[in-house]
Design a binder for this molecule. Sequence first.
Ligand code: M6R
Length: 615
Amino acid sequence: MCGITGYIGARQAAPILLEGLSKLEYRGYDSAGLALLNGSEMDVRKKKGRVSVLAQEVKKHFFDSHLGISHTRWATHGAVTDANAHPHVSSCGNFAMVHNGVIENYENIKSFLLTKGYTFRSQTDSEALVNLIAYHYYKLPENSENRFLESVRRALLHLEGTYGIAVICRMQPDEIIAARKGSPLIIGIGDSERMVSSDVLGFSGRARSVIYLDDGQIAKVTADSCEVVSANNELVPYVTNSVDWELDSAELGSFSTYMEKEIFEQPKVIENAIRGRISDDASTAVLNGLNMTPSEMRQIDRILFCACGTAWHACLVAENLIEKYTRIPVEVEYASEFRYRNAPLDKNTLAFVISQSGETIDTLEALRESRRKGFKTLAITNSVGSTIARESDGGLYQHAGREIGVASTKAFTSQITICILIALYIGRMRDLSFAQGKEIVGALKALPSAVEETLKLAPELKKLAGKYCKYHDFLFLGRLDEFPIALEGALKLKEISYIHAEGYPAAEMKHGPIALVSPECPTLIFANSGDIFNKVISNAQEIKARKGPLIIVTDSPDRFPEGLADDVVVIPKVHESVRPVVSTIPIQLLAYYIAQQLGCDVDKPRNLAKSVTVE
Ligand code: M6R
């Protein structure tokens, strides 16, 4: 969380920094700030609130500068105030720093610096680091080579925790020092200008190519050069990567929010997930990105999935599908638990992590732990060049286009689509016949138009949102493949509308949550064709008997008594393998329109950030 940008070059820095920050607001939006240099003059502006508030402040105080750093914050240590906003300035006033991450031993560092006469203005962990950099700078001889970079390097050696930082210094007005460990940091190369950002999006299309810093690396960035050293002060050769600009997907077009735009992009997104991944005979998937030969694949005895949030729900869908089509046992772990749990794993386990951003710290650490234990660990991610993509043993890109709305929508359905491909691919090496393979491929090919059809429910769901937005509690129930979708429905609703919601397996509801059922607590239940259709309808009856308002999402509206549900949402009938994708659309639309009716900021819900890069 938190977004960082830095600029050095011929142009005015402030507008470029602000534009970059606005693109990074998905990473946090509690406060924003920038620090500019002009020779030895430094100007620092920081404000509680969104980047637009900072932009107003900057407009009032023009400062001629071609070098600066900036930050949009998601608060970890210290309340949301102007003082706690970044950049933080050393007590001597000569250094300014922006930081993304958490410094775990900041209290020790601060106590030490207090004994040396340093003073502190904020409650943040970050301020300890900028003062520690100043401390090391003054300890180094005045004429020492690379004094600024070396002071940052020495300070970082004492740090426990994670960081992506950019630092400027009044005595070194032609360089930015950038470093990372655990939080992303990228250097953008333009024409006689260099930029620094947490994400390529922060370059606003200005970078021709980029350098991805690795953990522990420190870079000295000037307008026309970049020097990277390791934590041991060895010069590191780096590669530059070209940027695949997806700026079109950062534009809203005719939509009023990114979430709405991303929901409606799903037919295309699913097409992109499938493109080039179906065999010529249309009976299986072609997944070269997994970097595994068929014989290696056949040796797998167990599959592990790790992720967080919505991506974790995609893992649960994968568990059902893969177990059904391959008969290989699948385990799903919260990445945050897995990394500390020391779970016993069989030697022939194949591990997957799923992460839209490719930067979620818990998922990244789960990937690292799995690889440390010697397991082949593959990634499903939407972010080309992300840390997870770079550190995994292979995997599949989602190609969903950038997801900007904090609530994940198109990334989820695209992750599920990729999991269907994986289940098909491994299934065809095991239990699935040629005919079954062809059936699933047919279902996948028809999926974009089924989703398109389901999106036509939007006006109906908007109307339902008007009716249901007044409630304070909600239940989402589903069984088997749709249990994860019930969880996702509850997550979507609570994160963007702040309505309390719970997702449960429909039959499990009797073991506790049924106590919540009353005229004040509506339930949305999935009742789709399949072996347990009648069982789900019995669960729906149990809710009705307790006067709970009931919405049934179904592909078989004729198979239950009229009057059972207060509202029925009819989705297209599709093959069971792809149904979780289709079932997701109504819950996304309902959550979206409820949040909109309540006047919530759907793209930037309170307390959240798009990419959770702190523990
Ligand atoms: O980028 P990731 O897929 O790793 O993100 C995981 C979760 O943080 C994310 O899905 C989160 O739960 C979303 N806000 C859900 O809408």
